[in-house]
Design a protein around this ligand. Structure first.
Ligand code: NAP
Length: 254
């Protein structure tokens, strides 16, 4: 798929991997709508890349619908949905103050899993009504962001791992269902990427995580994530799969 001129939506586009993917998509010629809960950050990225910024809570039906409508008015319906919005707080199942708060568990599932699905379903419905881009019938691509914690979550990550495992799990059935519209669904499972989410952790935690990375022994960079996202857009044979981007890391229990 040639990205040039296509409308793209990037959720969580105000920060980290989403922001970097928005920059890369714009550089490749896409018309980018930057969606984020944090409007000020989305504004800054949109200004930088000549895109539009929209405040959006991906987990809220009305908010997601209205952001997609505004993006459509500005750029036309999106051919690329990049789901990057997410949160990663941790808590033990049995902590010092008793059992894991149920509302806290629900919140993480709601943002990371239901939010991803909310955007996927709404964007897919719009994409499926567009004309094919070429004679193979290709209409667009949806890229989700999971985590290696979907496979080897650490102590304290029960909710986060469950949310990301859900994203991995829905990738194939979504790709199978949307194939008839020429829409691909692919998920990236990053390892340890140097974004505000990870750089906010104590230095010793970061160092212990880096120590478990095979090679290269460093945090991944948001631009390495963005490069993979662009390749997925361009390479029509990548579909229905979760790709790890992790330097061979396998997270230890803690
Ligand atoms: P980030 O810099 O914190 O960016 C995430 C963005 O999503 C923030 O701007 C955040 O806004 C926004 N967001 C949070 N909840 C939202 C909601 N309900 N609706 C819309 N936007 C929302 O994090 P990142 O590291 O780039 O993470 C991007 C994705 O990669 C996440 O899904 C994360 O779980 C995943 N991931 C990250 C790593 C890593 O090492 N960094 C590894 C594996 C997977 P606020 O700042 O207002 O919360």
């Amino acid at each position: 798929m040639d990205i040039k001129g296509l409308a793209a939506i990037v959720t969580g586009g105000g920060s980290g991997m989403g922001a970097e993917t928005a920059r890369h998509l714009a550089k490749a010629g896409a018309k980018v709508a930057v969606l984020d809960l944090n409007k000020a950050n989305a504004d800054a990225v949109a200004r930088e890349i000549g895109g539009i910024a929209l405040e959006c809570d991906v987990s809220n039906e009305a908010s997601a619908k209205s952001a997609l409508e505004a993006a459509k008015q500005a750029h036309g319906a999106a051919r690329i949905l990049m789901n990057c919005a997410g949160i990663a707080p941790a808590a033990r199942i049995v902590g010092k103050d008793g059992p894991h708060d149920l509302g806290f568990f629900s919140k993480i599932i709601t943002v990371n899993l239901i939010g991803t699905f909310n955007m996927l379903r709404l964007a897919a419905a719009e994409m499926s009504a567009l004309e094919p881009l070429n004679d193979t019938g290709e209409r667009g691509v949806i890229i989700n962001t999971a985590s290696v914690a979907a496979y080897e979550g650490q102590i304290g990550q029960a909710a986060y791992s469950a949310s990301k495992g859900g994203v991995v799990g829905m990738t194939l059935p979504a790709a199978r269902e949307l194939a008839r519209f020429g829409i691909r669904v692919v998920t990236i499972a990053p390892g340890l990427i140097g974004t505000p989410m990870l750089l906010g952790m104590p230095k010793e935690v970061q160092d212990s995580l880096i120590a478990t990375t095979l090679f290269p022994k460093r945090l991944g960079r948001p631009d390495e994530f963005a490069q993979l996202a662009l390749h997925i857009c361009e390479n029509a044979m990548i579909n229905g799969e979760t790709i790890r981007l992790d330097g061979g890391v396998r997270l230890a229990p803690k």
